[in-house]
Design a protein around this ligand. Structure first.
Ligand SMILES: Cc1ncc(COP(=O)(O)O)c(C=O)c1O
Length: 476
């Protein structure tokens, strides 16, 4: 593939802007409600104001708060507003980060440092979470050399406090509750987990990355925030249901000592004393300014309104889905995110057919289902969704060439796995993955093959190959 060369000369600004606009033409049409993840679009017309906020703080750097006191003020106010929303007491503190993953990483780094002081005999600290918890916890454990201990959820897809308790041991430093977990949108029993944490004198992090700006605005919500006894930290993403631009989340702690444990300091550098509150060095001021503006622009009333629309639309979509005999909603979702599965056909094929019509729903596993995160913006597209869903189901139920093709591919994959040396098999899989997952729009076969590889080291190598392909320029 030809490399895109570094340009010799500059290009006229208008041309570049036009190129950028054209460049988006094949992307997902999220503005017309086609995306059920990644983008959270409110009903209120706030984008122009947020873009202006971004423009005002386009160049500044939040790395050094002393240089830009105005940013320190904005960030402090964002953190304070979130503490007041999420039940923090007078001593609660927090930081802004680039997103949910960074917030979670910071909570786990703090826990590791905390354990060195409060549990000094522990050589290998363990972090305990349910299999529904976001992979950011696995990632953080990997980065910070913590041992992840993963327990299955209960039948209702919520963390099971009994299983959590039985998996605890003298090395456990932190347990995790999701509010809610992403796959099925259910909130873990945070109060029960808090009791366990208190009993064992360990930490409890609540991952409210997706629910932090939804649960506070529900009439009836399970208890989940910093006010629950035993909860020591919480993460909430302003760039999800907070509706800010990407790159803003908060991690909050009841105890300021815990936040201090998150900071990184190096004093021996010739460039000066180096201190940094989170993972990033340079931090974009625009994300802070946009977060601040969004919270102020909407306020409690604005969020109340957005959440009530999202909940109403989620209910309407669930009603459409459950009225179809072949489909069912998985579990009992607590917020406006949920998943659905089929009792009679391959749900991934429905995902493929819907994708061909422009709708993106994440393919989930255990159980195989499709994910829907509802935004207020989806309100305008419910009928179109219903029409396309019914058409796609009718198509999937007809025995099609694509179905046949898929079954043949999975069958071939199983045979190949038995007869080929593992490296050769992996190359074949990579090829198939490239065809189905990156350039093609059908991935049901791909998921079938992946199912075949589960529990083998090949799967990890396969996904790394997939990422490697994705990080390259698409073929023109
Ligand atoms: C429950 C939950 N936690 C954490 C994250 C990670 O957030 P981010 O993608 O902003 O890093 C997500 C993302 O969807 C999530 O749903």
């Amino acid at each position: 593939m030809a490399r895109h060369e570094f340009p010799q000369n500059g290009t006229v600004a208008e041309d570049l802007i036009q190129q950028l606009k054209d460049n988006k033409s094949n992307d997902l049409d999220w503005e017309h409600g086609r995306s059920f993840s990644y983008i959270y679009k409110p009903s209120a017309a706030i984008y122009e104001c947020l873009q202006e906020a971004q423009r005002i703080y386009f160049a500044e750097n939040a790395l050094n708060p002393a240089a830009f006191p105005s940013l320190r003020k904005l960030e402090g106010e964002v953190v304070d507003m979130c503490i007041s929303l999420l039940g923090g007491g007078a001593s609660a503190v927090g930081s802004m980060t680039s997103g949910g993953t960074e917030s979670i990483m910071m909570a786990l780094k703090s826990a590791k440092e905390w354990s060195k002081i409060h549990k000094p005999t522990i050589k290998q600290p363990e972090v305990l979470f349910s299999n529904s918890a976001h992979p950011a916890f696995n990632k953080a454990c990997d980065y910070f050399s913590l041992k992840p201990v993963i327990v299955p959820c209960g039948k209702d897809f919520r963390a099971d406090p009994k299983l959590v308790e039985s998996a605890m041991n003298e090395n456990t430093i932190l347990i995790v509750g999701s509010a809610p977990s992403y796959p099925q949108g259910v909130v873990d029993p945070i109060e029960a987990l808090g009791q366990l944490a208190k009993k064992r004198n360990i930490l409890l992090h609540v991952d409210a990355c997706v629910g932090g700006f939804v649960l506070p605005f529900l009439e009836q919500a399970p208890k989940f925030n910093l006010s629950v006894p035993g909860v020591t930290s919480i993460s909430a993403d302003i760039h999800k249901y907070g509706f800010a631009s990407k790159g803003s989340s908060v991690v909050l702690y009841n105890d300021p000592e815990l936040r201090k444990a998150q900071f990184y300091v190096y004093t021996g550098w010739p460039g000066g004393m180096y201190g940094s509150p989170t993972i990033a060095g340079t931090r974009p001021a625009g994300a802070i300014a946009v977060a601040w503006t969004t919270l102020k622009l909407l306020g409690r009333k604005g969020y109340d309104n957005e959440v009530s629309i999202s909940m109403r639309v989620a209910k309407q979509l669930q009603d459409i889905i459950t009225a179809i005999p072949d489909l069912e909603v998985v579990g009992s979702p607590d917020i406006c995110i949920f998943s659905f599965r089929s009792t009679s056909f391959d749900i991934y094929e429905l995902g493929d057919e819907m994708y061909l019509k422009g709708w993106l729903m994440d393919r989930q596993q255990d159980p195989a289902c499709l994910h829907i995160s509802v935004s207020p913006n989806h309100e305008n597209y419910i009928e179109e969704f219903k029409k396309d869903l019914l058409e796609c189901i009718a198509k999937v139920k007809r025995v099609s060439l694509a179905t046949l093709n898929k079954n043949i591919q999975i069958g071939a994959s199983k045979i190949l796995r038995k007869i080929l040396p593992s490296q050769t098999y992996q190359k074949v899989q990579n090829l198939a993955l490239k065809k189905g997952g990156v350039e093609g729009k059908r991935s049901a076969a791909l998921y079938g093959m992946i199912g075949d590889l589960k529990g083998t080291g090949d799967l990890e190598a396969l996904i790394k190959g997939y990422l490697d392909t994705l990080m390259r320029k698409p073929e023109e």
